[in-house]
Design a binder for this molecule. Structure first.
Ligand SMILES: Cc1cc2nc3c(=O)[nH]c(=O)nc-3n(C[C@H](O)[C@H](O)[C@H](O)COP(=O)(O)OP(=O)(O)OC[C@H]3O[C@@H](n4cnc5c(N)ncnc54)[C@H](O)[C@@H]3O)c2cc1C
Ligand SMILES: *[C@@H]1O[C@H](CO)[C@@H](O)[C@H](O)[C@H]1NC(C)=O
Ligand SMILES: *[C@@H]1O[C@H](CO)[C@@H](O)[C@H](O)[C@H]1NC(C)=O
Ligand SMILES: *[C@@H]1O[C@H](CO)[C@@H](O)[C@H](O)[C@H]1NC(C)=O
Ligand SMILES: *[C@@H]1O[C@H](CO)[C@@H](O)[C@H](O)[C@H]1NC(C)=O
Length: 539
């Protein structure tokens, strides 16, 4: 589901301090000063009809949106507060501007791509009137670097993945069977994935159960390399080209990542992003949900009040604890710094390691990277360089110094306004790496460099084969969206996880649901269900 940019692919509340307010945020930030000594928990008789969402990324913002759908449909009376410690909406989906100049086209700093079968995001762009821009039609040359040699170069003209998939060079190197078989496996996986949007999509309270329902247990229990080998895919193809896809998309090698996520790395049909930034979808989710959004507000602790049954939440912006009937955690639990007594949980949540990724963005007047670095002599180096670990496996070289390096078009400036070091065109380049990329390294690779921005992310979970996942429901009234991430980690799947969790929450706590409840003996999905049907949107 997630290809690379290369197409390979959310009264009593009191504020002390500055809280950034959104143009569309309304009633919540009270100006009434409260006794500064008052830090006692509020005595609550019964939990109020309020839900708190921690995190305003894809997961949290969509959770607010799904609750709003239930409010719209059933007049459900529930207030939603979304707490976000950043000063922006989007979490790992956010943009920056070259030279911090908002006149220029923004560039994704985190999640960049979604695809057509990502039905929630796709539908959102349509309903919200957001323009999509597609990837992979730019006629770039993609190279595959093993740390010593560029072992393959292919032209991406004609639609990215699909375009070069069939090229003679691929067939020459890997034969016809390996790409074809892999393509068929990706298609089978994608078809099953679509089941998650049908009216009879499974509700799940654990991901092991979901994997089982979708017959994905063998897929997640093996590495992508093991799985493809068992399916008769040529090992060289897997270890080079599929490796490139898992490395650019998840910073992990094909022989360490589980096969479900490995296949997702290859599902790249109609790879798109939102013009102006993918975060705009998440802003719209929140705007349309009428939830109260509190930016710059760190949730510090969560505790359960046995007497009332309420969850009590303390934040960096409030003196008193806030009481909720239910809480949705929509952030990776272990990096959320949330104080939560283990005994309040139904089951322990194992520590989940994340891939620490360095993203380096820069601009340069150099139209290609340094060909000499890549041993290409007088040749031109590809403007899209992916990497494989295969040279290391074979003992011929060290690991490449980066995971991927991709040109992302020109800095579009008014004529004559170029940075003085650039005498003509200037390009934006994005580099993913395991380590910091130094200024010296950049100078060697590009000669002149204009703007540089570095960001470190805990980007996605480390995804080894597994059949055990974090609990979806952490305790009564406490739900965990990001339990889905070690299964599949994308913007879209976080919206699916949020939909499932909101439905569980509404059933458990409000005797409600996102969609009208089907009778227990209801028929299977009608065959007439439209291909455009999307669960949650169309019910
Ligand atoms: C470089 C990079 C590239 C990626 N590429 C893609 C891609 O192309 N396509 C794709 O689909 N996915 C991609 N991903 C993955 C994608 O970004 C994530 O799967 C998805 O955005 C996660 O959304 P989320 O809402 O679950 O988490 P997040 O976006 O991480 O949101 C969680 C939010 O919770 C907030 N928070 C945490 N703790 C607290 C607290 N205690 N109090 C208040 N707020 C708190 C955080 O500030 C954060 O904003 C990429 C990720 C990275 C980093
Ligand atoms: C949001 O608020 C507007 C204006 O008060 C109202 O028309 C709309 O129905 C509300 N939507 C939801 C989902 O609560
Ligand atoms: C970018 O510009 C904004 C608005 O002018 C400013 O608040 C911010 O600090 C700048 N960021 C950087 C990294 O210079
Ligand atoms: C997980 O879900 C399946 C159904 O999807 C269910 O049969 C099983 O009991 C659940 N396991 C746990 C531990 O909750
Ligand atoms: C290109 O890379 C080579 C090898 O790393 C280096 O010797 C050379 O100086 C670089 N060229 C430029 C113009 O920086």
């Amino acid at each position: 589901m997630r290809p690379s940019a290369t197409a390979l692919a959310l009264s009593l509340f009191c504020v002390h301090g500055y809280a950034f307010q959104l143009p569309f945020t309304i009633p919540f930030l009270s100006n009434t000063p409260q006794n500064p000594l008052s830090t006692a928990f509020l005595p609550v008789a019964a939990p109020p009809n309020k839900v708190a969402i921690i995190g305003a990324g894809a997961g949290g913002s969509s959770a607010a949106f799904w609750i709003a759908k239930a409010k719209e449909r059933f007049g459900l009376d529930v207030e939603v507060d979304v707490f976000e410690r950043n000063d922006y909406i989007g979490g790992r989906a956010t943009v920056v501007y070259p030279y911090n100049d908002t006149e220029l086209e923004p560039i994704e700093l985190g999640a960049s791509i979604f695809v057509r079968i990502n039905k929630n995001l796709w539908r959102a762009t349509e309903e919200f009137g957001l323009e999509r821009i597609s990837f992979g039609d730019d006629g770039d040359v993609m190279g595959l670097w093993d740390g010593k040699d560029v072992i393959l170069t292919v032209c991406t003209t004609g639609g990215g993945y699909g375009g070069w998939w069939d090229t003679l060079k691929i067939i020459w190197r890997y034969g016809l069977q390996a790409p074809r078989r892999t393509e068929a496996l990706v298609k089978t996986m994608a078809d099953k994935f679509l089941y998650l949007y049908g009216s009879s999509a499974p509700r799940f309270d654990n991901l092991t159960g979901l994997a089982d329902t979708l017959d994905w247990t063998p897929v997640i229990a093996q590495t992508a390399a093991e799985y493809l080998e068992a399916q008769g895919v040529d090992r060289r193809f897997t270890h080079e080209l599929v490796d490139a896809a898992t490395r650019v998309n998840y910073g992990q090698n094909v022989d360490s990542i589980h096969a479900l996520e490995g296949l997702c790395s290859l599902a790249a049909t109609d790879a798109s992003s939102v013009k102006g930034g993918n975060f705009r979808i998440f802003e719209e989710f929140l705007r349309r949900s009428n939830a109260s959004v509190h930016l710059n507000t760190n949730v510090l602790s969560l505790s359960h009040d046995e007497a009332s049954g309420a969850w009590l939440l303390s934040t960096s912006m409030t003196r008193s604890a806030l009481a909720y009937r239910a809480v949705i955690v929509a952030a990776p639990l272990h990096s959320s710094s949330l104080a939560l007594a283990p005994e309040t949980l139904l089951a322990p949540v194992p520590e989940q390691p994340y891939v620490h990724l360095h993203v380096t963005l820069l601009s340069t007047p150099s139209p290609t990277p340094n060909a000499t670095y890549f041993g290409l002599g007088a040749g031109k180096a590809p403007t899209e360089m992916l990497t494989t670990y295969q040279g290391v496996r074979q003992g011929t070289t060290e690991e490449p110094e980066f995971n991927s390096m991709t040109y992302h078009g020109k800095v579009q400036r008014a004529t004559g306004e170029n940075w003085e070091g650039a005498d003509g065109d200037e390009w934006v380049v994005k580099i993913f790496s395991k380590k910091r990329i130094s200024d010296e390294w950049l100078a060697n690779m590009f000669g002149k460099v204009g703007w540089v921005l570095r960001k470190e992310w805990d980007a996605y979970p480390v995804l080894p084969p597994t059949t055990s996942f974090p609990p979806v429901k952490l305790a009564k009234g406490l739900y965990y969206v990001n339990a889905f991430e070690p299964f599949i980690s994308t913007m879209e799947t976080e919206t699916i996880s949020a939909r499932n969790i909101v439905d569980l929450l509404l059933r458990d706590e409000f005797n409600a649901a996102i969609c009208p409840q089907k009778a227990e003996d209801a028929e299977e999905t009608p065959l007439t269900e439209s291909a455009d049907f999307v669960l949650g949107w169309d019910c």
